[in-house]
Design a protein around this ligand. Structure first.
Ligand code: PLP
Length: 397
C-alpha cells in the first residue's frame, strides 16, 4: 500500500482491473474481519472458513461447499472426490487456463481434448461426442470437465445429455463464473461437482490464493473435506492419500465479507458489458460473428444464461497490432489465452499438435479482453472504444 502511495508511476488511462476501487470502501469492514481471525487465531479452516462455506452454499443454492487453497486445488479435489484417477480419462477444452488440464494429470487421469464452439469459446458438446465416438481412449472416459469461460455457463443441456448417454460424471470448472446462472441454476449447482477460484482478479476474489468446491451430493462433499486434509477424518487417522489443500482463515473471513457484495458487483459488470455493446454499435464497429472482418465481433449472452462478465472478450483480425496500439494509449487489454493447451510445451505428451483444434487455435489468435470491472466508468469505456475505432479506421496501421 505504502509503495503505491509514494510511487511516481501514473496509473494507466484505463486499467484492465483496478482493485483499489474495490478495496477502498471495504477497508474497515475487512480489517475488522481480519482482526477477528487474529483474536481467535483460527488461521487454517476453523470458524471463518466454515462460516464462508455455509454462506457460499446458500448463495449458490447447493447442498455443500468445501473451501480450499486455490482453484487449481479445487479442480483436483473435485476429480479426486469423484474417484477419478489412474486408468480414467476426462474430456475438457484446450481453450482455458492451464489448470483445467493439469488438474486432470495431477489426479492421475488422462486428459482428452475436444474443440470449442467459435461463438461462445466454450467446449463444444458435438466435438465431445466425436471424441466419445472415435477416441481409442473413449472406453476409459469417466467425466466431462467443461469450463464456464469468461463468466458465462456452457451449453449445459448438451453435456447433460452426453453424460446420461455415456454414464459420465460432470465437473464444472467455474473458476471464472461466480454468480453465473443457467436457466436460473447457479454455476456450481449444475454438475456433480464444481471448482471455483478466488484468485485476486476473479469476480469474487480473496486477498491471496483460495478456491472452493461445490456439490449437491453429501457423499462427494464428505470425501472432498477429507481429501483436503490428507484423507483425514479422525485426527491423524489417514483413510486415503489426499493432500494439503486447506483454505486459510484470513481468506475465509475476507471472502465472507465480499460475498455480500458479489451480486451488486456482477450487476455492475453486466451494465458495463451492455455499455460496451452500445458504444461499439454506436461507433459502427460491431460485426456478427463468429469470425471477424474489418471490425470487432462482440461477445454475446446466450439464451437462458445470466452472464457475469468476468471478461469482456472481443474478436478481431489484427489483434496483436490493436493490442500494441492500445498499450501506447495506456489502455489495458489481455489475451486469454494466447496458446491453446494442446500446443503448450508441458503438454506435448498428450499427443496433439498444430491443427488438432482449429477453432481453439484461431480463437487464440483473435480474442482480446478489454478492461472490465464493477467500478469502470462510462468515460473509461468510451476511451477504450474511441481508441479501437481510431485503430480500425486506418487499415495499414
Ligand atoms: C483461475 C482459473 C483456474 C485456477 O485457479 P487458481 O486459483 O489460480 O489456482 C482454473 N481454471 C480457470 C478457467 C481459471 O480461470
Amino acid at each position: 500500500m505504502t509503495e503505491s502511495k509514494h510511487s511516481t508511476l501514473r496509473s494507466p488511462a484505463v486499467p484492465m482491473i483496478d482493485l483499489e476501487r474495490q478495496y477502498a470502501p471495504l477497508r474497515q469492514e475487512l480489517m475488522e474481519a481480519l482482526g477477528h481471525v487474529i483474536d481467535r487465531r483460527q488461521f487454517i479452516l476453523g470458524e471463518p472458513v466454515a462460516q464462508f462455506e455455509a454462506a457460499a452454499a446458500r448463495h449458490l443454492g447447493v447442498h455443500a461447499t468445501i473451501g480450499c487453497s486455490s482453484g487449481t486445488d479445487a479442480l483436483w479435489l473435485a476429480l479426486a472426490a469423484c474417484g477419478i484417477g489412474p486408468g480414467d480419462a476426462v474430456i475438457t477444452t484446450p481453450f482455458s487456463f492451464f489448470a483445467s488440464v493439469s488438474a486432470i494429470l495431477r489426479a492421475g487421469a488422462r486428459p482428452l481434448l475436444a474443440d470449442i464452439d467459435p461463438a461462445s469459446f466454450h467446449l463444444s458438446p458435438s466435438a465431445v461426442a466425436q471424441v466419445l465416438q472415435h477416441s481409442s481412449h473413449a472406453a476409459s472416459v469417466r467425466a466431462l470437465l467443461p469450463v464456464h469461460l469468461y463468466g458465462q455457463c456452457v451449453d449445459w443441456e448438451g453435456f447433460a445429455e452426453l453424460a446420461r448417454k455415456h454414464n459420465l460424471l460432470l465437473i464444472e470448472d467455474a473458476a471464472q463464473a461466480w454468480g453465473a446462472r443457467h436457466h436460473g441454476i447457479h454455476a456450481g449447482g449444475l454438475g456433480d461437482m464444481a471448482a471455483f477460484s478466488f484468485y485476486p482478479t476473479k469476480n469474487l476474489s480473496a486477498a491471496g490464493d483460495a478456491g472452493l468446491v461445490s456439490t449437491q451430493q453429501e457423499k462427494l462433499a464428505e470425501r472432498a473435506r477429507a481429501l483436503r486434509q490428507h484423507g483425514m477424518r479422525v485426527r491423524y487417522h489417514h483413510d486415503e492419500v489426499g493432500w494439503n489443500a486447506r483454505m486459510d482463515g484470513f481468506q475465509g473471513a475476507i471472502l465472507h465479507v465480499k460475498l455480500r457484495y458479489i451480486e451488486q458487483w456482477n450487476d455492475a459488470r453486466r451494465s458495463a458489458a451492455a455499455r460496451y455493446h452500445q458504444l461499439f454499435q454506436n461507433a459502427g464497429l460491431a460485426e456478427s460473428g463468429p469470425y471477424p472482418g474489418q471490425g470487432v465481433v462482440l461477445p454475446q449472452e446466450e439464451a437462458g444464461n445470466f452472464h457475469v462478465w468476468h471478461q469482456y472478450v472481443i474478436r478481431t483480425a489484427r489483434r496483436d497490432a490493436l493490442r500494441s496500439f492500445l498499450a501506447t494509449r495506456e489502455i489495458g487489454s489481455e489475451v486469454y489465452y494466447p496458446i491453446p493447451l494442446h500446443l503448450q510445451k508441458a503438454l506435448t505428451t498428450l499427443g496433439y499438435g498444430e491443427g488438432s483444434f482449429p477453432e481453439s487455435e484461431r480463437a487464440a489468435r483473435e480474442v482480446l479482453a478489454l478492461p472490465i470491472f464493477p467500478e469502470i466508468t462510462v468515460e473509461e469505456q468510451q476511451t477504450v472504444v474511441d481508441a479501437i475505432a481510431e485503430f480500425l479506421s486506418s487499415p495499414d496501421r
